[in-house]
Design a protein around this ligand. Structure first.
Ligand code: ADP
Length: 578
């Protein structure tokens, strides 16, 4: 059972349920095998007149009664096995899905960088469905069939070993055929699952980018990619089914040759006088009865190999190390970076960076595009762990702080605002799920959202469509600020809008941000340098290193990178369409 538990990554509960399922299916199989005993007894009675003996009608009635009883027991056993098996498979799938979702939450962002969203969805839905299927339709019958076939085999050996050998002589060859093709089966299964994943990625990409596709007239191009992925999936699925089908058919054909061999050997032994009629007939009944479960084993084994590819993927996913840390939260919020180095893949994005961000002040991050500003804020919030050096908040290394608690220190207002298909009220409440309606509305007012929300058909109870499609960029950002105000975290990470907002929106957003940042430790990624002339401290990044730091006036006097960037932006304001 431990192997099954490991193989399918089952929880204790799911593994116990699976045990019950297997026991129930085995019981059903044994009960149905007992019917063979009844048939044999009836046969032996019917054949009595051949030996000039009388048929015992008492025994015949008794057999009829036993037969009826067995049918009733069989009904209840089958019902029980149906229940147990399905309870076990759905519990296991539910457990696995929850376990994956729970584990994924604790992964560092680096995992999401290297794996697509479609891959996680496939893991949670597809691979778990595969486990669900194996635990209901493959594993219990496979084990139960193996047990019942073994019991029959042992009984037959004691009954007449020669007939037993003729019944089972083709079995090893059939298994060898299946086992010899295991590698091919694994390769084909892997290819089909990879194609399935690629197809889901392409479908997701196609649906997410539908706006872009329409506006840039990419329809032809993108559909070609989608079509290619779907065609590839079709080809690999057909290939898998066809080749597996051929292997199974050959193995089944070889096994069934055993029926002919049994008839041949039985007739020879009977005519030679070394076996009586009854045992010979009995062997013929058994050969037909026992081949059922064996044929099913031969079909189930390749199916099991296919699902094992899915379980291996889940195993790999669950083996990823989650972020750890046990320390409690700090009570001061100054942030310091000591010789921090970080790379997403190979190229260093942050290079031996050391800096201080004081508590309760506004610090602006400035620098050319790609200099590492966003990366730095994400490292501070521990979306990723640094490769070298350390980041401390209130003197505590964030690597040692419990990651579940760490996020409560931050309110994050980035540009990519995710909105859910829920009411405006609940979309803002994400900032603090325990907030009352009044608190949510107060935050919305401070974030300058109230006016546009009141204009919606049902005000705060209006349901925003899929990812809030109906809202403008500025409105989305204000909702995100309202969330942050509601969260009331001590550190604010703010990515100022890069996109040009209309003047009204810009004024609203500035007012909203002023309400948000009051008295907090603020790190703002500044794109428009004119908005940060009054901030307490400006850090200028260049190629992941600290190029300069100081106030706006100090940096202008220095006449370095900051002064150059500032003057460039001032000049660009004078630009007009010719
Ligand atoms: P900035 O915010 O200053 O524009 P970023 O921190 O966004 O700079 O990016 C710094 C570098 O890291 C860029 O070269 C960018 O392409 C790269 N980068 C940013 N995010 C990722 C990511 N998720 N995976 C790989 N590379 C990334």
């Amino acid at each position: 059972m431990k192997t099954l538990k490991d193989l399918f990554q089952l929880s204790d509960k799911a593994s116990k349920n699976l045990e019950k399922g297997i026991l129930a299916v085995t019981l059903t199989n044994i009960v149905s095998l007992l019917s063979v005993v009844v048939v044999v007894n009836i046969f032996s009675e019917i054949l009595r007149p051949l030996d000039n003996e009388e048929i015992s009608w008492n025994k015949m009635w008794l057999m009829l009664l036993v037969g009826i009883l067995l049918a009733i027991v069989n009904y209840f056993a089958a019902r029980n096995d149906y229940r147990k098996t399905y309870v076990s498979c759905y519990t296991a799938a539910e457990d696995s899905r929850l376990r994956i979702a729970e584990t994924v939450r604790k992964f560092p962002m680096s995992v999401f960088n290297s794996k697509s969203l479609a891959e996680f969805t496939t893991n949670i839905m597809g691979d778990c469905a595969s486990i669900e299927h194996s635990l209901s339709h493959i594993v219990p019958p496979l084990i139960a069939d193996t047990i019942s076939a073994t019991i029959v085999c042992i009984c037959l050996i004691f009954f007449d070993w020669r007939m037993a050998v003729s019944i089972f002589c083709t079995l090893p060859i059939s298994f060898l055929i299946i086992l010899a093709n295991k590698k091919l089966q694994k390769k084909l299964s892997q290819r089909q699952l990879t194609d399935k994943l690629k197809a889901s990625e392409k479908i997701q990409e196609y649906l997410e980018g539908i706006k872009l596709i329409k506006s840039y007239n990419l329809a032809g191009n993108k559909s070609v990619e989608l079509e290619k992925a779907l065609r590839s999936l079709k080809d690999s699925s057909i290939n898998l089914e066809m080749k597996t089908g051929v292997v199974i058919s050959v193995a089944q054909f070889v096994l069934q040759a055993g029926i002919g061999i049994t008839v041949f050997v039985g007739t020879n032994l009977f005519t030679g006088g070394s076996i009586a009629l009854l045992p010979m007939l009995l062997s013929l009944v058994v050969v037909c009865r026992v081949y059922g479960p064996i044929l099913s084993i031969l079909t189930l084994l390749p199916m099991l190999e296919h699902t094992l590819v899915s379980t291996r993927r889940i195993k790999e996913l669950l083996a990823i190390k989650p972020m750890t840390g046990e320390e409690t939260l700090p009570d001061a919020y100054d942030i310091s970076l000591e010789n921090v180095t970080f790379a997403y893949e190979k190229t260093k994005v942050i290079n031996n960076l050391s800096l201080e961000i004081p508590e309760g002040k506004v610090t602006a991050l400035v620098g050319p595009s790609g200099s590492g500003k966003s990366t730095l804020t994400k490292l501070i919030a521990r979306f990723w762990d640094v490769d070298a050096g350390r980041i401390c908040i209130g003197g505590k290394d964030i690597k040692n702080i419990d990651p579940e608690n760490l996020m409560s220190l931050f309110s994050i207002v980035f540009q990519d605002v995710t909105l859910f298909n829920d009411t405006v009220l609940n979309n803002i409440r994400i900032g603090n799920v325990n907030a009352s309606d009044e608190e949510v509305m107060r935050a919305a007012k401070l974030a300058q959202c109230d006016e546009f929300i009141q204009k919606m058909p049902e005000g705060y109870n209006t349901v925003l469509g899929e990812n809030g499609n109906t809202l403008s960029g500025g409105e989305r950002q204000r909702i995100s600020i309202a969330r942050a105000i509601l969260k009331d975290a001590p550190i604010i990470l703010l990515d100022e809008a890069t996109a040009a907002l209309d003047p009204e929106n810009e004024i609203h957003i500035q007012a909203a941000i002023s309400s948000l940042v009051e008295g907090k430790t603020v790190i703002v990624i500044a794109h428009k340098l004119s908005t940060i002339v009054d901030v307490d401290n400006i850090l200028v990044l260049d190629k992941g290193e600290l190029a300069e730091s100081g106030t706006h006036t100090q940096l202008l006097l220095r006449n370095g990178l900051y002064a150059r960037l500032y003057n460039l932006q001032e000049d660009s304001k004078k630009w007009k369409i010719a």
